[in-house]
Design a protein around this ligand. Structure first.
Ligand SMILES: *Cc1c(COP(=O)(O)O)cnc(C)c1O
Length: 446
């Protein structure tokens, strides 16, 4: 593989699984000519708004919010105080975006997953003449429509959280629902789905094999829709629809975003759909004033290798000798989304990698400073502000863009955890306590 010098320079670190920060040298270039229209972001927002009453009807836990699927933007100055060096006088503001607590699905996958299932349900109902475009979407939850949905199969391949999101929503609408899961998916996720009447098919092998197996089986069925995490635009725009609400939350918190007030957003990345969609949405609103950085496990930096290689064909973490084995099961993806990677090539500021030990130490500091309990994947972004302020790459980025970091807002996107059973959460924290006892504290190891 011939690759840019920048990739060669970071390759040895990646192969040794040493945490690293790669800056995207193509940031700011034009989007590809075939990039999807940003009008699709507004479409997704409108769809989620028109389906809110339906969601409130389907899920009692959404009554309080009128069916709105959104999460809090939580001030995180205590986390900042716990992680920052004293005496730097840095006046930036830190927040945690609490998608770990998104209702019904308990992870960021609620955004993309619910949007895709609702879009598919609408499409079927419209083509079969069961609803008209302006009808109240609660009509999708009537016996005649549900009887039609029961003839259709909705299928997905997943390491876990996407399966939970798609499975719960599709089953609630009455679809025949199949979730293909990889060997590393957690038992409690499979159990939860089976209890809701979802068929769970287990695949030996990794995430990509579960997706490929699911795709092949779904294509063989007459009335079926396969939610394709490696290339779905409906998932992507479901995530992108989060941007406008975040912008309103920042405004309410008194945070400006413009040339003098940069916004940094740190997003855990698996296949890239969720963080990529959010980046696309935020870039459409804030342009060059938002700086999006992905976080990936040291064993699974699939977006990093795809983008850093500048290759138009797929590059996987296996190609550089990594094993894609991580406790961050939501991020254990070897090859980035074919839809998302080309879009991120000009939008993403960079990617940093995180060791599994650091994920657990992050979990621990999140709990001790803010009382927030998350799953390991969700803790990947926490080192982001430090990479910007304390690493040579981060400082170079700040200089190059002439940013006033004292006016910066840092948003660390937390992506999953509220449905994890208490005994599993306890096991994460026991492990983190053990690491801390052994004297491991550094969040950034270099
Ligand atoms: C899926 C997931 C991500 C990343 O989303 P991708 O679309 O796979 O990049 C991050 N955190 C959690 C908890 C997830 O489940």
């Amino acid at each position: 593989m011939s690759a840019p010098a920048q990739f060669q320079a970071i390759l040895a670190k990646l192969q040794a699984e040493i945490p690293a920060f790669w800056l995207n040298d193509r940031l700011g270039q034009p989007l590809p000519a075939d990039a999807p229209s940003t009008d699709l972001i507004a479409d997704a927002e409108a769809r989620m708004a028109s389906c809110a009453p339906l969601l409130a009807e389907l899920f009692p836990e959404l009554n309080a919010t009128g069916g709105n699927i959104e999460s809090a933007l939580m001030p995180a100055h205590k986390l900042k105080a716990a992680l920052s060096r004293d005496g730097t006088g840095d006046t930036s503001a830190w927040f945690i975006k609490r998608d770990d607590a998104l209702p019904v699905a308990g992870s960021i996958k609620a955004r993309g997953g619910f949007h895709e299932v609702l879009a598919v349900a609408e499409q079927i109902a419209l083509t079969r003449g069961l609803i008209s475009p302006d009808d109240d979407r609660r009509r999708l939850n009537t016996p005649a429509v549900r009887a039609v949905f029961a003839q259709y199969t909705v299928a997905v391949g997943s390491t876990g959280n996407l399966g939970l999101s798609i499975g719960v929503m599709a089953a609630a609408l009455g679809f025949d629902t199949v979730v293909h899961m990889s060997a590393d998916a957690k038992a409690w996720k499979k159990d939860r789905l089976r209890k809701r009447g979802v068929r769970v098919v287990e695949h030996v092998g990794d995430y990509a094999e579960a997706v490929a197996g699911g795709r092949a089986q779904a294509l063989a069925l007459p009335h079926s829709h396969f939610v394709d995490d490696e290339r779905s635009a409906l998932l992507f725009f479901g995530y992108a629809a989060s941007a406008r609400h975040l912008a309103a939350q920042l405004k309410d918190a008194g945070r400006q975003v413009d040339a003098q007030h940069p916004l940094f957003v740190y997003l855990p990345c698996g296949v890239g759909g969720a963080p990529g969609g959010i980046t696309y949405g935020l870039k459409a609103l804030f342009g060059e004033h938002v700086h999006c950085v992905f976080a990936e496990p040291v064993a699974s930096p699939c977006m990093l290798v795809q983008l850093a290689s500048h290759s138009d064909s797929p590059v996987s973490v296996y190609d550089i000798g990594l094993d894609n084995k991580t406790d961050a099961d939501g991020l254990a993806v070897g090859e980035a989304s074919h839809l998302v990677a080309p879009l991120m090539a000009s939008q993403l500021s960079g990617v940093f990698t995180v060791s599994d030990d650091a994920l657990f130490l992050n979990l621990r500091v999140l709990k001790s400073s803010l009382g927030v309990l998350v799953e390991p994947s969700a803790a990947a972004g926490i080192g982001g502000p430090q990479w910007i302020s304390d690493s040579p790459e981060g400082r170079a980025y700040v200089r190059q863009h002439a940013l006033d970091m004292n006016q910066a807002t840092h948003v660390i996107w937390s992506t999953g955890g509220s449905l994890v059973p208490p005994e599993e959460l306890q096991a994460f924290h026991d492990h983190a306590d053990e690491l801390a006892r052994r004297g491991q504290t550094a969040l950034l190891t270099s």
